[in-house]
Design a protein around this ligand. Sequence first.
Ligand code: KIV
Ligand code: NA
Length: 264
Amino acid sequence: TRRVRTRDLLAAKERGERWPMLTAYDQYTAAIFDQAGIPVLLVGDSAANNVFGHETTLPVTVDEMLSLVRAVVRATRHSLVVADLPFGSYEEGPTQALRTAVRFMKEGGCHAVKLEGGRRYAAQVEAITGAGIPVMAHVGFTPQREHTIGGYRVQGRGEAGDEVLADARAVAEAGAFAVVLEMVPGEVAKRVTSTLTIPTVGIGAGPDTDAQVLVWQDMAGLRGGKAPRFVKRYADLAGVLTDATRRFADEVRAGEFPAAEHTF
Ligand code: KIV
Ligand code: NA
C-alpha cells in the first residue's frame, strides 16, 4: 500500500474514523510503528527530552532534528512523516518559517511540518502551506512557550476555551491540514473538533478528538518516573530492557556468554 496522504486524514474525519499517531526518532521503532499501521509519525521536538536528554524542548536544533527526520523517513513506507519545526526556527516571520520548512522537506524528506501556535503564527502557516508544504498546527499547551506559560499547565479552562477555539480556527483558515490540541479540557477539544473540518489530534485533550498522539517512550513505558495523567503505558519496555541488560551483564561476569554457538 502507498504512503498516507493528508487527504486520507481529512476523508477519515468525514467518515468519523479515528486514527492513532506516535512520535518516532529512529529507524527500528519507526519501522515497527509503520508496519503496525500507525498512519502518521511525528518526529517531535520532544526529541530534545526523549533523545537528547534536555529538560525542555527549547535546545534542539534544526540540524539535530534533520538527522532524526531522515532516519524515520528512510525506515518507513506507509506512514506520513511530520517533522516539528524547533524553537527559534520560525518565530521571526513567514520568510524564516518557509525557509526552515523547505529545509525539512528537501533535506529531511518528510511529508509535512508542524509548528506551535494559533493566531500568533497563522501568517507562518499561510506562507508554508502556500508553498505546497502541508502544515500541522499545535495549540492549547505549547511546550516551546513553557517559560511564559509557567510550566506544563492545562490551557483553555473556563472562558479561555474560546481562545483555544479561536487559535484552532485561525490555523485551519490559514491552511493547516490538522491541529494538535495539547492539555485542554475534554469539552473544549470536543467543541473544536466538531467546529473544524480539519482533523484534531489530542494529547491530554480527552476522547473526542479525531486522532490521538503520544510520545512513544511514554506509550511503551520506556521512560521511567511518574508519567503525566494523560499517558497510558501499553508496555514496560524499561523493565524488559533492564532485565535483558542485567542478564547479559551476569552472563558475561559468569563466563557464560559467549557460548560455543556464538564463537567462530
Ligand atoms: O514533540 C512532540 O512530541 C509533540 C507531540 C506530543 C504532539 O509535539
Ligand atoms: Na513538539
